[in-house]
Design a protein around this ligand. Structure first.
Ligand code: CUA
Length: 155
C-alpha cells in the first residue's frame, strides 16, 4: 500500500504526541507526586478532635493582619461558632468535617468550600469591610442543616 509522504509525517507526529503525553503523565504522577489541586491535606476523620490544629479550632495570628482559622464542621455547627478579626485582615480558612460532607460558604465573599471528612480544604479572603459575616452550610447534611452556621465579626 502506498502511503503519501505527508500522511506518513502526520502519523509520526501523532504517534510522538501520544508518547510525549503518556511520558509526561507518568513523570507528573510518580516523579513529582502531583495530586488534584483541591486536595491539600488529609486527616483521619475519626480523630479530628485529637489532631492538631483541629483539637483547638479557632483563629491563630500568623502575621501582620494575617490569620489562620482552623475550623471543624459537624452536625449541625462549626467549631468555633464565632470569631473576631480587625478590619483589613486576611484570613485563611482551613476546614475539615467530623462526620458528613458540609458546605462552608461566606456570602458576599469568594469563600465557598466543602467540608469533607478526611480532607482539609482551604480558602483565603481579605475582609476590609467591617461587619458580621455569616458562615453557612450550603450542602444538605440532615435535619438541622438550615441551622448550621458560624459568625465572623470584622471590626
Ligand atoms: Cu451541614 Cu448542611
Amino acid at each position: 500500500m502506498h502511503i503519501h509522504r505527508f500522511e506518513k509525517i502526520w502519523l509520526i507526529i501523532g504517534g510522538a504526541i501520544v508518547v510525549i503525553f503518556i511520558v509526561s503523565l507518568f513523570i507528573s504522577t510518580f516523579a513529582m507526586g502531583m495530586q488534584p489541586p483541591s486536595i491539600r491535606e488529609t486527616i483521619d476523620p475519626k480523630v479530628v478532635d485529637q489532631t492538631p490544629p483541629f483539637d483547638k479550632p479557632g483563629l491563630k495570628q500568623i502575621g501582620d493582619k494575617r490569620y489562620e482559622a482552623d475550623m471543624t464542621a459537624f452536625v449541625f455547627g462549626y467549631g468555633p461558632a464565632q470569631m473576631e478579626v480587625p478590619a483589613g485582615s486576611t484570613v485563611t480558612f482551613r476546614v475539615t468535617s467530623k462526620d458528613v460532607v458540609h458546605g462552608f460558604e461566606i456570602p458576599g465573599t469568594d469563600v465557598n468550600l466543602m467540608a469533607v471528612p478526611g480532607l482539609v480544604n482551604e480558602a483565603t479572603q481579605t475582609f476590609n469591610k467591617p461587619g458580621e459575616y455569616l458562615i453557612l452550610c450550603n450542602e444538605y447534611c440532615g435535619a438541622g442543616h438550615q441551622l448550621m452556621s458560624a459568625k465572623l465579626i470584622v471590626k
